[in-house]
Write a protein that binds this ligand. Sequence first.
Ligand code: GTP
Ligand code: MG
Length: 619
Amino acid sequence: MTPSATVLSRAETAPDSGVNPAAAERMHLVVTGHVDHGKSTILGRLLADTGSLPEGKLDAVRMTCERNAKPFEFAFLLDALKDEQAQGITIDSARVFFKTPRRHYVILDAPGHIEFLKNMITGASRAEAALLVIDAQEGVRENSRRHGFMLSMLGIGQIAVLVNKMDLVEYSQTVFDRIVAEYGQFLSRFGATPVWFIPVSGVTGENLAAPAPNLSWYRGPTVLDALEGFENRQPLTSTAFRMPVQGVYKFTQHNDTRRIVAGTVESGRIAAGDEVIFYPSGKKSRVERIEGFNRPPATAAAAEEAIGFTLTDQIYVGRGEIAAKTGQPKPHVTTRMKVSVFWLGKSPLVMRKEYLLKLGTGRVPFRLEQIHRVIDASELSISEARATQVQRHEVAECTLALGKPLAFDTADQCPSTGRFVIVDNFEISGGGIVREALPDKQAWVREKVLNRNYKWEPGGVSAERRAERYSQKPVLLVITGDKDADRKRLARELEVRLFDDGRHVYFLGIGNVLYGVDADIERTGVNRLEHLRRLGEVANILLDAGLIVIATAEGLTQEDIDVIRTSGGSDRVVAVWLGDRTTTDLSCDLLLTQQDAETDGVTQLKSLLHDCGAIFKPW
Ligand code: GTP
Ligand code: MG
């Protein structure tokens, strides 16, 4: 017998993990249910009964139990397999692998909510179906309900409910029927219908791989038959291409300036020669070559493969962007989204606090903008009355306001880039799915920027080479403040000082833009944001040329600076307020009083430029 049951790390579940992907279908399952209802026992027993255990494993575990005078448990099999594999690699939960004539199964035994959510959302398991275990003797418990709700929220419609430990209730049909009625009614309240309810016993193996004489009143399939009857969802390879960028790596060979864009293909396929667009930036290029890890270069790759590719143009992209393909539906890019959140944090999810959202490889800070309604996932009681917080185990529909634009999909379009986890205080405290992308104030600018970046013609010299040559990184320093503050004098003085230091710097007088590039639009209030957008565009070109740019403008608000950031590049614009206190809603990077400006204003600005990485040599 070939050993086929193994606990796998993520890398090993990739299609080249010894299984020929062409030879068999694969299905990812998740096993959930209330604590102690028998998840691990059922899995262990399924492995044993389908001949999926490594040879001698069962006997070895039995003997260990005997030696320790401990009754044998099928659940120990999972622990044993886990231990064996865990040496040297960290695995957070047991992933079990077994095969039948029809296909290969990758099963995740998720011991708790956090593990379950984490695995569902970070993509370690892409469950397409679920086994939900309910103890016949204990009946439906709160986690039976919560997990049912979460499965439905995450779009896992294929559920087999296993009513376990039937041996403890004398195989009673009445007990079974009661659970079917109660739990079926619960699921139906949010529109979920399990495909099967199956009475089983994990300990005796009844109705797992073979029918049980004790349960002769039951006419449905065994668990194995039910699994075999589940349909694989639409293959991920036939949907739009998505690859969250994990990192961009340099070739180490001499003089090789190429970069490898690395990540895991979440859906779709990609081939050499394909045009790819990265979001949120909208930058585009063409795939030159696809590199696999520890295998020869390939000409194409598909969903679930960890790959890297080189590009034909010298564009700068970074971790957190999502690569998509020209001609396919684009991901959304915005700072507002409507979501369903499942909250698990010890302290409630509250308004006004800053949290971290992780989606794909992207990470952005966010705050709750609004809580629309809150649902208790176990009782299904709904509160729509102006909720201001979400308690542990509650599900809420909310609007999130992100600290910067993020690329994502809605969960119904592309689940893997439409799910997220929420980090509070360095701990995963919740997760959820994106229901809707909402417009924000910058949408009109962003649309233009996406188009501009799409059409952008890169030169032959990369930004990196310029930075090396000039010993600086391009930044736009905007000095704003009240009417009477002498911004221009300070800006010019800084320009001269930086120039004398050997920097490549340019003072961009706002009038130069206003009467030139903006000559076609009037200088009235309604055009204010358009003027700023154009200022950002002009700065963007100067920044692309590698310069440090200094501009001044009176009384900028947060929205004003956001427009400049959207067009000039969000991480390349620094805002300084000159004056004793800000008189708009701007949150600036430096507040410089008039008095400080006169004594050591230039030094303070230089140190700000140093802190943001624009100048890095001692001055
Ligand atoms: P957690 O991982 O802790 O949530 O538990 P679990 O759901 O994995 O349960 P596990 O498989 O560890 O089983 C819990 C206990 O129930 C063990 O002592 C099992 O032997 C027992 N058990 C599981 N299935 C059956 C069954 O069908 N019949 C009987 N009599 N006992 C069972
Ligand atoms: Mg368990």
